[in-house]
Design a protein around this ligand. Structure first.
Ligand code: IVH
Length: 716
């Protein structure tokens, strides 16, 4: 073990030195190019040879510059402008040229170095062992070649691999000392990362204390994993951002990175990030022999690991696993861009060793890109529930990883302008999970003279009312709240899965109801009869019955679903839950003023204003009344479970009767909130033995301090 750390220490120093002189890489390339140019002018030189050399040197220089730029955009600004697939091909082209032209491989090239130094206000954290990157393989031939290299080096017939998902998030390292979370950092350039401890602590799946049960906790363990955002959370976040007129994140990875690098952890907390652990830095003492055992050990001490990890005996099983995960990819709640294949035995890993930028014992086996190229035939406008006019590209249909895509969202006018999208352009489009396909970029070299720039109309294409883009916002909206498009979208949202979940009531049927004047708003759904529905075109009696049953069944939904279903601006599922928890009853909520609303934890002025404005409209009041009369739940049935609603607890000191996480769970179960630090918003501090600074602070702020017994009495 000491030896292992020693050899890694050497590498650490090496990377550090490389970093110091890296800045001189490009000037050196240029010097070299100038030298070759001078040579060309000399009389006795072999013109052709020097000329070839010059061209390669120039290309290498260009590629390095290009990759450095993309590294910067990707790692430091969370704003990539090319796809991973495109980045990988540039990277490979450079690697091939460097190989061809051996003299030009510099330890400073982007092919030799992992990422670049961070540039934000978060403080820097050196990694005690560099966080490496992975080599890529793109197809079966390349993964077989990897296996062959490994078998040859180990002199083995068959090698066992731990196969994992290649999660598309960002890598972090968390240091636990004596079982307690000390510091968390991003990967940064592999040598130095950024301190994100404050944000990491907001991620629910990351324990602040490891579970060593009856054993003595390890003195020090540095664990590594991927912080991710699920596809659903990403879609919800972007939707909210679009509504608020803010810039959109390009994909869940960027959203996760942007969220984790916030200065204010309150923002991170709202973004619901998740994590899977898969690797290790330094460890004071190791108690496992394989990667699989290590993951199992992680699981045992409370670190979340990915359940789809699998040990494959030999390369055939690896290839089958890759296919299986590719088939599963769409249905997973988070994004993956391939699998990671790791030699399972840690002894073997040690034997194989590492290169400057990646280990020899592991490789990524990527999936084919879910991007394609197609043409924009037209741009149309859709009007959403809140009146937002969304430009949508009508595409020449194209198959993207198994699904035919004929439309892609262009988000808003700013996005169209930023990407300079025109009707008739050839574009790269991308599908990411359940997210609506989008245009990544225009292929400018294929633009023809007749490509037509596009500007959103000044009037609503559905009702003809004025469409306004408020100062400082990205979204243009139809001002008419009775606009048929808004009404329709509102009912579609009301019936949707995450709201009232009315099975079988989709957009087409809702349009039929509206066109036949059977309904005007969502409350009318509850008065529909089987006879009324059955007389609609192409509607069987049985289907009509099913719809009526589904509508009636939806009366059982909890009030938070109903509140979310009302489609009030800025009231997403999470906010709806908080509001119902805090006020217990939608009618009570409807009476609250701005101050009373912002007093609720996590409710900001934007949400408060939106609620006040919604409920101050008499039409909305009447709608609520009709929904109530129809028998929908306005009030939480189980008020007992909301006993601690709106109350914030902090646990501190050595607790004896329950663990900190048990206490926190109890608080959450009863509708309260568990926080890790004491502030003026804290209602109670539960103090065990030797409670230190947190109890002192609570006393200073006049926060009530409870003993363990008092807490138990209070919560039963
Ligand atoms: S191991 C020793 N395992 O991929 C190799 N990385 O290209 C270090 N990643 O920076 C990484 N899932 O952000 C490893 N199961 C997994 C992974 C994984 C995603 C990311 C990670 C890393 C990048 C390397």
């Amino acid at each position: 073990m000491t030896q292992k750390i020693m050899s890694k220490k050497k590498l650490f120093d090496g990377l550090n030195n490389a970093k110091k002189i890296r800045d001189s890489l490009i000037p050196k390339d240029i010097q070299h190019i100038q030298e070759l140019r001078r040579k060309l002018l000399l009389p006795n030189e072999q013109i052709k040879k020097v000329n070839d050399e010059l061209q390669i040197a120039q290309k290498i220089h260009d590629l390095r510059k290009e990759l450095e730029k993309h590294n910067q955009l990707y790692y430091n600004q969370d704003k990539p402008i090319i796809s991973d697939f495109q980045y990988d091909s540039l990277f490979r082209e450079l690697k091939t040229l460097e190989k061809l032209y051996i003299d030009n491989i510099s330890p400073l090239s982007p092919t030799q170095n992992a990422g670049i130094a961070p540039v934000s206000e978060l403080s820097k954290v050196p990694h005690s062992i560099p966080m490496l990157s992975l080599d890529n393989s793109m197809n079966e031939e390349e993964i077989r070649a990897f296996d062959e290299r490994i078998r040859k080096a180990l002199n083995r017939e068959k090698v066992e691999y731990s196969c994992e998902l290649k999660l598309d998030g960002l890598a972090v390292e968390i240091v636990y000392e004596n079982g307690l979370l000390q510091i968390a950092s991003t990967r940064g350039d592999g040598v130095t990362g950024e301190d994100v401890t404050h944000n990491i602590k907001t991620i629910k799946s990351i324990p602040l204390r490891l579970m060593f049960d009856n054993q003595l906790p390890l003195a020090r363990i540095e664990v590594r994993g991927e912080v991710i955002m699920t596809k659903d959370n990403f879609a919800e976040l972007n939707k909210a951002r679009q509504e608020a007129g803010e810039n959109l994140f390009a994909n869940p990875r960027n959203a996760a990175a942007g969220s984790l690098r916030q200065l204010d952890p309150a923002i991170t907390a709202k973004r619901t990030l998740d994590v899977f652990f898969y690797g290790i830095g330094q460890i004071s003492e190791s108690m496992y022999k394989t990667q699989a055992e290590m993951l199992n050990f992680f699981k045992n001490i409370g670190l979340k690991t990915n359940p789809l990890t699998h040990v494959c005996k030999g390369i055939k099983e690896v290839i089958a696993y890759h296919q299986e995960m590719l088939d599963k990819r769409e249905s997973l709640p988070y994004e993956i861009d391939g699998i990671v294949v790791k030699v399972n035995s840690l002894n073997d890993q040690e034997t194989l060793g590492i290169r400057s930028r990646s280990p020899r014992w592991a490789i990524a086996y990527k999936f084919p890109a879910s991007q394609e190229i197609t043409r924009i035939n037209d741009i149309i406008v859709q009007v959403g529930r809140t009146g937002a006019l969304t430009p949508v590209a009508e595409l020449e249909p194209v198959n993207v990883s198994g699904v035919t895509v004929s439309r892609a969202t262009l988000h808003n006018q700013d996005e169209i302008d930023r990407k300079d999208i025109r009707i008739g352009d050839w574009v790269v489009i991308q599908r990411a999970g359940d997210v609506i396909p989008e245009v990544v970029k225009v292929i400018e070299s294929r633009r023809t003279a007749d490509a037509k720039p596009y500007t959103l109309p000044k009037t609503c294409p559905v009702c003809g009312s004025e469409a306004i883009r408020p100062e400082g916002e990205a979204v243009t909206r139809c001002v008419n709240i009775t606009c048929p498009a808004q009404v329709k979208e509102g009912i579609v949202h009301f019936a949707s899965k995450n709201a009232m979940n009315i099975d079988g009531l989709g957009e087409k049927i809702i349009v039929q109801f509206l066109e036949n004047k059977l309904i005007k708003d969502s409350s009318d759904l509850y008065t529909l009869t089987v006879e009324q529905i059955a007389q609609l075109e192409r509607m069987a009696e049985k289907s009509a019955e099913n719809i009526v049953n589904a509508i009636q069944e939806s009366k059982k939904r909890t009030p938070d679903k109903l509140l979310f279903g009302l489609g009030i601006r800025f009231i997403g599922e999470h906010v709806a839950r908080i509001l119902v928890k805090a006020f217990n009853n939608i009618e009570t909520l409807a009476e609250k003023n701005r101050d009373e609303l912002v007093a609720v934890h996590e409710i900001g002025p934007q949400v408060a204003d939106s609620l006040v404005s919604f409920f101050s409209n008499p039409e909305n009041h009447e709608l609520l009344q009709r929904l109530k009369n129809a028998g929908l739940n306005m009030e939480s049935a189980d008020t007992a479970t909301e006993q601690l609603a709106g109350k914030t607890f902090v646990f501190t000191g050595a607790l004896e009767q329950f663990t900190r996480s048990e206490g926190e769970k109890k608080v959450r179960d009863l509708g309260g909130r568990a926080a890790s630090s004491v502030s003026k918003n804290t209602n109670y501090v539960v103090a065990g033995k030797n409670a230190g600074s947190k109890a002192t602070k609570a006393r200073e702020l006049g926060v009530t301090i409870l003993s363990e017994e008092e807490f138990i009495n209070m919560t039963g």
